[in-house]
Ligand binder design. Sequence first.
Ligand code: MG
Length: 249
Amino acid sequence: MVILKTASAIKKMREAGRLSALALQVGGEAVVPGITTAEIDRIIHDFIVKQGATPSFLNLYGFPASACISVNDELIHGIPGNRVIKEGDIVSIDVGACLDGYHGDNAATFVAGETSEEAMKLLDVTKQSLYKGIEMATVGHRVGDISNAVQTYCEDRGYSVVREFVGHGVGRSVHEDPEVPNFGAAGHGPRLVNGMVIAIEPMINAGTRFVSTDSNGWTVRTKDGKLCAHFEHTIAITEDGPIILTDPN
Ligand code: MG
């Protein structure tokens, strides 16, 4: 069931979103060669708590940290630990903050130092595809219009779209209906209406679309070991167009 948000709920979600975006920014600034993923998580955790909010992902379904930190061929749900970030690594951080009962959810892939041109291109296309999806997040469109925009943009550039994980509604729960796939047919799926809040989150592979989950039950990585990227915003669909709630400004 899709839970529509009132204007005042969206206002609160904007604050939760802003905080989530700032937490992501703080985490991204910490991505430098030599730091461990646990240290990045600690910085993010402390930032969120200091703002009087709670990390949305901590203990969510039993996840043991405040941010998912996934490196290189790891796509999502990486568990922060003693892995040391190296020059040229690409590091996906997915983080949300809960403020006044509402969640924000956002992600981005950052670069430690300098990386290959190939990796930079993957990051750029994945990020751009998110904005192609956001452009379609208007009243009267359907979820499939977002999905198709993301898929087409990425596949036209030779990348593949992960099917097993999708975007979602956001509100008092981090994950609400509807599902927002990064693939699908335009003109299909639930209709987008005023007051819907959704997370659009392209998860894009440089190689094939297939992924596997590590034996820890969490870390999702590409099956072929090639690079992957992840960008996400929480968006409110309004009569005035899409509003990016996870904007740091
Ligand atoms: Mg999400």
